[in-house]
Design a protein around this ligand. Structure first.
Ligand SMILES: Cc1ncc(COP(=O)(O)O)c(C=O)c1O
Length: 351
């Protein structure tokens, strides 16, 4: 899910190699840049102008851990309602924070079962997690419906849009097909997004946004020897280079640039889905984002053979399928060449 970052963003971030966003009094410039980045993301994800805020983190894992940490401290509860499709970083966070999962199954379309979520929420719930672009299939949970449950039950709702966050806002969707996933749904209390995935920023670059930034106090600790009285992040020393890189990547591409990239990768994704069908490999779901999974009885064998030809595709076990993530470095000629090799491999290992 990572790609060639924008070279200009890499270059522009180089002077920040020694700056530490975790010591804001010493590095006021990077603090300003972080505010700019958060402002841009706040607008993109329809977070309220007053009250919402966020911070740059190392990636989706740190953002998810922080969201669960906050939810536990604010609610004092121990249960988290989690879709089966959630990224494994949520399992890590549950373990680290001694929280208990209430797993909810997904339906045939890969989205979490809303009735399952409704039933799993209890008075012990600290948080509901929903996925804004799942890692395996790229599907978006029905976040507007889950938001209603969260509001009705007075529960927090965290959206993991680590992958989808730089795709969904830039997609041209057919009439009547929208994918609400952000703070426009009033029950959403926090959101993760990874500029190092589809945002064009170099690794490590993630962000966590909160509808009510004041809540960050729930994880604040005193930081006596630093230039700020308290620190409210998992990392202590925080690289400023990624703040500058995200700022550069977003300023250089702008909404138009992201729209162009997203349109291009989605077209390539559709090409792979159609060609797969012609080879007798049915897509597990009609692709929503730039991820497509094609059913095959032995995806690992296909994966190994493709790797020998230089193509890094992945295998999923349930259902058995070969998974392609079409990142911005992919071009039409590259995809044509890959499909030619895939057709050859599928002839050797028939479905
Ligand atoms: C939906 C989702 N959340 C979280 C993560 C974890 O992100 P990272 O590896 O940047 O920590 C990923 C990574 O693929 C992801 O797809």
């Amino acid at each position: 899910m990572c790609t060639q970052p924008l070279q200009a963003a890499e270059r522009m971030s180089a002077p920040f190699l020694t700056a530490n966003t975790g010591n804001p009094g010493l590095c006021p410039g990077t603090v300003r840049l972080e505010e700019e980045v958060v402002g841009w993301l706040r607008e993109l994800y329809h977070a309220p102008l007053h009250g919402a805020g966020g911070m740059v983190v190392s990636g989706g894992t740190e953002a998810n851990i922080t969201a669960l940490w906050l939810a536990r401290n604010i609610s004092g509860q121990k249960e988290v309602v989690v879709p089966r499709s959630a990224h494994f970083s949520v399992a890590k966070a549950l373990d680290l924070l001694s929280l208990k999962p209430r797993w909810v199954e997904t339906g045939p379309d890969g989205r979490v079962n809303v009735e399952g979520v409704r039933k799993a929420v209890t008075s012990r719930t600290a948080l509901i997690v929903a996925v804004g672009g799942s890692t395996e299939l790229g599907v978006v949970d029905p976040i507007d419906e889950i938001s209603e449950i969260a509001l009705h039950r007075g529960t927090r709702l965290h959206v993991d849009a680590a992958f989808g966050g730089f795709v969904l806002p830039f997609m041209e969707v057919a009439k009547g097909r929208t994918y609400p996933f952000d703070f426009a749904a009033p029950g959403v209390t926090s959101l993760s997004v990874d500029p190092h995935k589809m945002g064009g920023a170099p690794i490590p670059a993630g962000a966590l946004l909160l509808r009510n930034w004041e809540e960050i106090r729930a994880i604040s600790v005193e930081s006596p020897y630093l230039s700020a009285p308290t620190l409210s992040s998992l990392y202590g020393t925080r690289p400023s280079r990624n703040v500058a890189a995200i700022f550069s990547a977003m300023s250089l591409q702008g909404r138009r640039g992201y729209q162009r990239t997203v349109q291009r990768v989605l077209e390539l994704t559709r090409t792979i889905a159609e060609s797969g069908r012609e080879m007798g490999l049915e897509p597990v779901i009609e692709p929503v984002l730039n991820i497509v999974a094609l059913r095959h009885r032995d995806p690992v064998a296909i994966q190994n053979q493709m790797l020998r030809r230089g193509w890094d595709v992945s295998a999923i076990r349930e259902p058995r399928a070969i998974r392609f993530v079409v990142m911005p470095h992919a071009s039409a000629p590259m995809v044509r060449k890959m499909l030619k090799d895939l057709a050859w491999v599928v002839r050797e290992i028939p479905n």
